[in-house]
Design a binder for this molecule. Structure first.
Ligand code: ARG
Length: 574
């Protein structure tokens, strides 16, 4: 058995001691890190148990301490304090043993999830024939971090890119293509132009509007010519979207498309099930789900439109189909939808209807909302003319600005290496700024802030990581064992390193990537303190030198892995 992170071992030993001492099984010992000198952790279970057990907390803590002993050599000190805390100090040998194991372990000592699940993650989901916007950028960046972390924990992840490729606008676009004799669009710009023209006609010309409507019906019915034109729109859009994915370095590919059109054939069955289950009702020729629980801004009951009176389906119908499909066919245990917060009510209604329909027994559907992206001025992020900011330009600017910084700082590095660093820093900065902000909050997009070399930013984190790795490289020996943990900061650093797995678990539980960012930032800070307090290459004994080199190595590896799980690449040099 590989050694567990020290806190896991202590937690298990404490739970067992609590059961022996007061007969309560499966009690969470409520371990929290301590700031007191000579104390690593504090366990707060006794205050909570006092009522259940009917004894004062101090008495409980004392009994448990007696049962705990040294927790099989994991602890050097166990003390009852205050109203009934247990103050614990880890045995340096146990910490060193874990760190040495983690350094040699591919997973850096992080255990796999105890109960691996199948997790369906719907993210990115841009729309065909439209520019990808900042909302899609946030969904893509957050979703990609979540899937990487979930996979690392050992879950089976189904990436679902719910491309918006279906609906009335495709009747309008394909009809306009037919009318103007366009079979194939050159590029995304040509598609933009086509969209503008078709939309103008649609708004002005009643006859065209009617033709467009009939064209949608033809598309729905699988008319070959219409489908071919539609496919061209999809292909041109995907080329544009995939170029952005490549620029962003995200893990989504065409394999992960679970587009609206994919669910289209499943919609009639979905509606039928809803009607049969009594979840949906017919109302003036339409099919709706009405629930008292949801109201609009004016306090009127909101309804979920399932099938319009003209036979067309709503956005919500497709989402109901995604749940029915992932629960029944994909056997997902968890379904995650990453979209902006404005869709919160939509998903609440969809989840509610799906649950009443009996589709989500034991499955956990979750909406992962995020705030708006705002400009430096705190206003919605738009071009000066008020349009959507093209993401390609945005990402290019980030890399260009990073390049200026790199050229100054790393003037001695060769051209191609500087270009690679600028890419890592620029793209990393955009992602890290997004991920490190609590996602529910609005995000202020500021190049100056995200590219700052100090503070919780990508450049700071990348430098910290590269610096830690380079020390180990500069040493002539390769050290694989942590053996001496004499300085308090060394212990603190190891304990922090050992938290990595717990933080990942917290991140995938709360679906909040900023938890990992905060952890990595704190880790980088502790590492700096360690480095300032403890000479590494010039340590006073060969043993300390080797042990500290190994600590540098483990820190670098943990930072790099953590950033990697956020989707951020660490350059070899900086
Ligand atoms: N295409 C939608 C949009 O651009 C997002 C879709 C999100 N996923 C979903 N299953 N509804 O707003």
């Amino acid at each position: 058995m590989p050694p567990l992170p020290p806190s896991h071992g202590v937690r298990a030993a404490l739970a067992a001691a609590i059961e022996r001492a007061v007969g309560q099984p499966d009690v969470d010992p409520l371990l929290v890190p301590s700031r007191q000198p000579g104390v690593d952790w504090q366990a707060n279970f006794a205050m909570k148990l006092a009522k259940v057990v009917g004894e004062p907390p101090r008495a409980i803590a004392e009994k448990v301490a007696a049962e705990l002993g040294d927790a099989g050599g994991l602890l050097t000190s166990v003390q009852v304090a205050g109203p009934g805390f247990l103050n614990l100090a880890f045995a340096p040998a146990a910490l060193a043993r874990w760190a040495t194991f983690a350094l040699g372990d591919e997973r850096l000592g992080v255990p796999l999830a105890e109960h691996p699940q199948t997790v369906y993650v719907d993210y990115s989901a841009p729309n065909v024939a439209k520019e990808m916007h900042v909302g899609h950028l946030r969904s893509t960046v957050i979703g990609d971090a979540l899937v990487r972390a979930l996979e690392f924990e050992g879950h089976t992840v189904i990436r679902a890119n719910h491309l918006g490729d279906w609906g009335t606008q495709f009747g309008m676009l394909t009809q306009h293509m037919l009318d103007t004799g366009v079979e194939h669009l050159r590029d995304f710009a040509a598609l933009g132009e086509l969209y503008r023209q078709a939309k103008a006609r649609f708004d002005e010309d009643a006859e065209f509007k009617e033709a467009a409507r009939r064209r949608v019906v033809a598309l729905q019915a699988g008319d070959e010519q219409t489908l071919a034109l539609w496919q061209d729109l999809v292909d041109v859009s995907l080329a544009h979207i995939n170029a952005i994915y490549a620029q962003l370095d995200v893990t989504l590919t065409d394999e992960h498309l679970m587009a609206e059109s994919f669910y289209n054939p499943l919609l009639p069955g979905t509606v039928e099930d809803l009607l049969n289950a009594g979840v949906a009702t017919e109302s003036e020729g339409a099919v709706v789900v009405a629930s008292e629980r949801f109201t609009d801004q004016d306090g009127r009951p909101s309804v979920l439109m399932v099938r319009k009176s003209d036979g067309g389906y709503g956005y919500g119908t497709t989402d109901l189909a995604t749940i029915r499909h992932s629960a029944q066919e994909l056997k997902a245990d968890r379904m995650i939808y990453v979209t902006d917060a404005r869709q919160a009510q939509h998903f609440a209604m969809v989840f509610d209807a799906a649950s009443t329909a009996g589709w989500i027994n034991g499955v956990r559907p979750e909406h992962v909302p995020f705030g708006a992206m705002l400009g430096d001025d705190g206003k919605p992020f738009k071009t000066r003319a008020g349009g959507t900011v093209p993401l390609t330009d945005l990402l290019d600017s980030a890399v260009q600005r990073a390049r200026a910084i790199v050229d100054e700082r790393d003037a001695d590095l060769p051209e191609d290496e500087r270009a690679a660093i600028a890419r890592a820093v620029g793209i990393g900065a955009v992602k890290y700024a997004d991920l490190s902000t609590s996602r529910q909050r609005d995000l202020i997009f500021s190049f100056d802030r995200m590219l700052a070399l100090d503070g919780n930013t990508a450049p700071y984190m990348l430098y910290a990581c590269v610096r830690a790795a380079s020390i180990a490289e500069r040493a002539d020996e390769h050290s694989t064992a942590v053996t001496a943990l004499d300085e308090p900061i060394e212990r603190t650093l190891v304990l922090k390193l050992a938290d990595f797995g717990d933080v990942l678990e917290l991140m995938t539980e709360t679906l909040e990537p900023h938890r990992l960012c905060t952890y990595l930032y704190e880790l980088a800070g502790l590492y700096t303190r360690f480095y300032e307090a403890c000479p590494v290459l010039k340590a006073d004994t060969p043993e300390r030198r080797a042990s500290r080199l190994a600590l540098c190595d483990l820190t670098a590896a943990t930072l790099e892995r953590g950033l990697g799980l956020l989707g951020i690449t660490v350059p070899a040099r900086m």
